[in-house]
Design a protein around this ligand. Structure first.
Ligand code: 5GP
Length: 126
């Protein structure tokens, strides 16, 4: 397996500060490896951000360095939150913006869990 280039983690990014309790969040879920909270600017009736507690910049970094337990915990938590939010039957979208082309704004890996309405096509037409 190829090794991802090491990425420098900014310990003062906004989600790191939420993890340290320096900034409040609308928490919906927490366990040993994962924290989830409501997006401050929701794009749908349900818009939750699911993040690992470990210091991972993005999906590239996480997929290369995180432990199997951390990866499993993030996936398990996302499905569990979707069920708890009542969107598992109606359907939802999980996405993670990675890097510049992905349009990532906060440099701590986060999964957007979005649902509660019809979401339309995944990508806007160019
Ligand atoms: P990105 O563009 O990096 O994929 O998404 C970052 C997300 O974080 C955006 O949807 C934005 O609304 C959300 N966000 C940014 N700052 C905060 C904050 O301080 N608290 C919460 N709950 N969400 C935030």
């Amino acid at each position: 397996m190829s090794q991802a280039a090491a990425k420098t983690y900014d310990p003062n990014n906004i989600f790191a500060r939420i993890l340290r309790g320096e900034i409040p969040c609308g928490k919906v879920y927490e366990n040993e490896h994962v924290l989830a909270f409501r997006d401050i600017n929701p794009q749908a009736p349900v818009h939750v951000l699911v993040i690992p507690k470990g210091a991972y910049v993005d999906m590239d970094d996480f997929s290369a360095r995180a432990s199997a337990d951390e990866i499993a915990a993030l996936m398990r938590a996302t499905g569990e939150i979707a069920r708890a939010e009542g969107i598992a039957q109606s359907g939802y979208r999980v996405l993670s913006n990675c890097g510049a082309n992905g349009g990532q704004e906060v440099p701590h890996l986060h999964l957007h869990l979005v649902g509660g309405r019809t979401l339309g096509r995944m990508l806007q037409a160019q």
